[in-house]
Design a protein around this ligand. Structure first.
Ligand SMILES: Nc1ncnc2c1ncn2[C@@H]1O[C@H](COP(=O)(O)OP(=O)(O)O)[C@@H](O)[C@H]1O
Ligand SMILES: [Mg+2]
Length: 235
């Protein structure tokens, strides 16, 4: 479904991504783990068309997208839930969701149906639909950010550190929804510093260190890998 080949990304002179190869098959949950500053967010931003790559290719469902504009990439079926949620704090929950459908050319009725689907996944968003997003807790804002991304009906969802700063209860809730989304047909590329939880729900994973993939493979096997345990699982 998604294939990155020899991807290079720079910030000025800083060579942040140094030739990454990465694949996501349709139906998988794949995680990209690594320490702070490894280049995880940059990789996702580059797939989404928010940061240009200098070299290499990004192919989504057979099409080269590395030179495409972000809104066209969203239209093709890729949505990103950004690190730090980035909800529109001064707008209501409902308006945040509606903005997620901005690029979808569909009837009001169908968009309202999508919103109902999101409320089913995240009942708290329905309870708080008229509240300003800025009044939600961190966990609720994460749910809203995910709901907003789902409004563009992605086939591939890019999640950037969904567990960051959340209490264990919310982390469990968020990952239950991620698993459920995957079961109902959404392919997931998950970025996490919390390697333990990421590996435990993923099919495969890649380990990123200072802009390079240093390890990849079956998530269950990586979970038992002693070097990964030492570096990322606090063992
Ligand atoms: N806007 C930016 N300008 C300059 N350097 C950046 C910028 N964003 C990220 N970087 C650098 O790129 C590298 C990768 O960052 P990032 O992708 O945010 O890592 P991660 O998401 O894994 O924590 C880091 O060295 C970071 O300092
Ligand atoms: Mg990041």
């Amino acid at each position: 479904m998604l294939k990155l080949e020899n991807l290079h990304v720079y910030y000025g002179n800083i060579h942040a991504i140094k030739g990454i190869d990465l694949e996501v098959q349709e139906g998988e949950i794949v995680s990209l783990i690594g320490a702070n500053g490894a280049g995880k967010t940059t990789t996702l931003q580059s797939i989404s068309g928010l940061i240009p790559s200098k070299d290499g290719s990004v192919v989504f469902e057979g099409e080269n997208i590395e030179k495409r504009k972000a809104h066209l990439i969203t239209k093709l079926g890729i949505a990103q839930v950004p690190e730090g949620r980035r909800v529109f704090t001064g707008l209501s929950v409902l308006d945040n969701l509606k903005l997620g459908a901005f690029l979808i050319n569909d009837t009001k009725k169908n968009i309202e149906k999508d919103i109902e689907d999101i409320y089913e996944k995240f009942p708290v968003l329905k309870e708080r639909k008229n509240q300003l997003a800025g009044t939600l807790s961190g966990g609720e804002q994460q749910m809203l950010a995910m709901g907003r991304a789902l409004m563009s009906r992605p086939r591939l969802l890019l999640l950037d550190e969904p567990s960051m700063g959340l209490s264990p209860l919310f982390v469990d809730k968020i990952f239950d929804v991620v698993k459920e989304l995957n079961k109902t047909g959404t392919t997931i590329l998950l970025v996490e510093q919390n390697a333990n939880i990421a590996l435990s729900i993923s099919d495969r994973a890649y380990v990123l260190e200072t802009g390079k993939i240093v390890k990849s493979g079956d998530a269950k096997i990586l979970l038992k890998d002693s070097s990964i345990k030492e570096a990322y699982l606090g063992a």
